[in-house]
Write a protein that binds this ligand. Structure first.
Ligand SMILES: *[C@@H]1O[C@H](CO)[C@@H](O)[C@H](O)[C@H]1NC(C)=O
Ligand SMILES: *[C@@H]1O[C@H](CO)[C@@H](O)[C@H](O)[C@H]1NC(C)=O
Ligand SMILES: *[C@@H]1O[C@H](CO)[C@@H](O)[C@H](O)[C@H]1NC(C)=O
Length: 541
């Protein structure tokens, strides 16, 4: 999830009814019992391979780093089975990253650029319990999981003119107020619908499911096989919530839309139902102390890939070769360029943000459709104010103002008033405990002026950073996706972005691409054994 303060909403989903949390952990084992374990062995190709494979990865974000990681794990398995030296089947993995850091759309800054002050997420900031690769990465790389804890002083839903809903300091009163405003059915139905969606998603971590399914050749197949395909992507969030889930308009336009606006900067009538559902899957929201990017850094380090930062790939040239594809990869760091070919390329960045020549695209099995991205403005600053000023919202000085504010476009759609000028405002606690200096993050679709900030806090900010991102795709309704392997040997890891765009799904995309490749190279199967682990390609240890 690019950003979520959605777990705040769990106070509505969980407290009033106090049934158990969304069953992220239910395993559906019965459904999978029918799947047979496939006995994969290393193919002759693996034995006869003439030289170690060489792989280029374009982009060191979540999907590129995950691809490096899973590829190296697969190679270790194959090499161990064959009893050959490490590096004899998979040689170099070379990663090209145009930015000067690992993590892509996941990166942190320290207020005042002071490393002693708590790192703040500028991009992808929260993941949830169902995000198994992220969760496991935290453990595997010895990182510390922290609770983002932003709900302490309540949340409000702002429509541009007034607060539609505000929580107070008492969870009991909050629950009563929420129940009064939204009724019991809408939260309950949302919870069930989202639980179903999450359960389908969790098949992606079931080794026996993966083994039975095998590598997939398209995002449509992947999505349909999981039960998260056209049923969810060809209708809007609004249509689904209203007509299928059956929630009322207030819940849809205030709570649910507050979520889609903070998660994907989209209103419910402009996002597909899957994006709307993912926005509400908030169970167990967490982040990594010091920054989520450390998971991706850990993955890259583990893969022993050769990493070139500040290096932009300018050309990928397919070579005419008899049996297997090969590519020359050139970057703007000319001293790196040589004619040592790569046996595969993982293109792990949005295609349209890259300067790769259109000549290559002319050979694609099907074109990569143009994918518009949301241009998100992140304004990060510090202040001595523990809350936004009531006057900013036209309220009297003694009014209580929550320090997490979500927004709704509902009023602006019904009456013709301008929509809120921002997607969300959130106070993120003190930059150093006891310092009295708070970090604040605002998402908006336009630049927020110094005057805007001054009105909000009644003082000059202590420190301020403005960052613009192509943060996530516009999740419009769709039934077709970019090809995952547009040309033999070149894998496009951002193809799934229009389906679900989160840090987690990027790691899944990396793994799926590796699965296609190692199946072809070494006959290695995905999942392989029922009691194995979705990170491993074998159950033998
Ligand atoms: C699985 O493969 C191994 C190694 O080739 C073989 O000995 C074994 O009989 C196979 N098992 C099945 C069920 O095919
Ligand atoms: C290559 O491109 C990157 C990203 O645009 C840039 O930061 C870097 O300075 C460039 N390097 C050279 C040697 O031109
Ligand atoms: C994590 O910690 C364990 C136990 O201290 C250690 O064995 C392991 O190598 C560490 N892993 C990494 C990636 O640092």
């Amino acid at each position: 999830m690019f950003f979520s303060i959605l777990f705040l909403l769990s106070i509505f989903l969980l407290q009033p009814f106090h049934s158990s949390a969304i069953p992220f952990l239910s395993k559906q084992e019965d459904n999978f019992a029918i799947y047979q374990n496939i006995n994969h062995t290393v193919s002759n190709d693996g034995k006869l391979q003439s030289r170690p494979k060489r792989v280029a990865i374009v982009g060191a974000g979540a999907s590129g780093s995950a691809a490096a990681f899973f590829l190296k794990r697969a190679a270790r398995t194959v090499e161990a089975r064959l009893g050959v030296e490490e590096g004899s089947r998979l040689g170099e993995i070379v990663v090209f990253e145009k930015e000067g850091y690992v993590g892509g759309r996941t990166t942190t800054i320290h207020p005042h650029s002071d490393p002693r002050l708590r790192a703040q997420e500028l991009g992808g900031s929260i993941f949830v319990e169902a995000n198994r690769n992220m969760m496991k990465g935290v453990e595997y790389f010895n990182l510390t999981l922290i609770n983002p804890d932003m709900a302490e002083s309540g949340i409000g839903i702002w429509d541009g003119e007034k607060f539609l809903f505000k929580t107070s300091a008492s969870s009991w009163i909050d629950s009563a107020k929420a129940l009064w405003r939204y009724g019991p059915l809408s939260p309950y139905r949302t919870k069930s619908a989202v639980a179903k969606l999450v359960n389908n998603f969790l098949k992606l971590y079931d080794p026996s499911y993966l083994s039975q399914r095998g590598p997939v050749g398209s995002i449509s197949d992947l999505a349909e096989d999981l039960g998260l395909g056209n049923e969810y992507t060809t209708r809007t969030g609004k249509d689904w919530a209203k007509n299928v889930v059956g929630v009322n308009q207030k819940w849809l336009g205030e709570i649910w839309e507050g979520s889609t606006r903070v998660n994907y900067a989209s209103d419910m009538d402009h996002i597909h139902a899957l994006g709307a559902g993912v926005s509400m899957a908030a169970g167990g929201a967490s982040q990594v102390e010091g920054g989520n990017w450390q998971i991706f850094r850990g993955m890259l380090d583990d893969s022993k890939a050769k990493l070139h930062l500040g290096t932009e790939v300018s050309e990928i040239i397919p070579l005419d070769s008899k049996d297997s594809p090969q590519f020359i990869v050139r970057s703007n760091k000319t001293q790196l360029n040589d004619d040592e070919p790569f046996d595969a390329v993982f293109f792990a960045a949005p295609w349209h943000s890259s300067p790769i020549s259109k000549k290559l695209a002319a050979n694609f099995v099907s074109p990569i459709p143009h994918q518009p991205y949301v241009r998100l403005h992140v304004t990060y600053f510090t202040t001595t104010q523990p809350h936004p000023l009531p006057s900013f919202f036209g309220l009297s000085e003694d009014s209580y103002i929550p320090n997490a504010i979500l927004t709704s476009g509902l009023t602006s759609r019904i009456q013709s008033i301008p929509p809120p000028r921002f997607q969300s405002i959130s106070w993120h606690g003190e930059v150093l405990p006891g310092s009295g200096e708070y970090a604040v993050k605002i998402f908006s679709l336009t630049r927020l002026s110094d005057r805007f900030i001054h009105k909000l806090i009644g003082e000059e900010s202590g420190w301020l950073v403005r960052k613009e991102w192509d943060s996530y795709p516009k999740l419009k309704t769709t039934s077709s996706y970019a090809p995952v392997e547009p040309i033999k040997g070149l894998h496009y890891l951002a193809a799934q972005e229009a389906w679900i765009s989160t840090m987690e799904t990027q790691t899944v995309s990396g793994r799926e691409a590796v699965a296609r490749l190692v199946n072809e190279w070494w006959g290695l199967g995905l999942g392989e054994c029922e009691n194995g682990d979705s990170w491993d390609w074998t159950c033998s240890n």
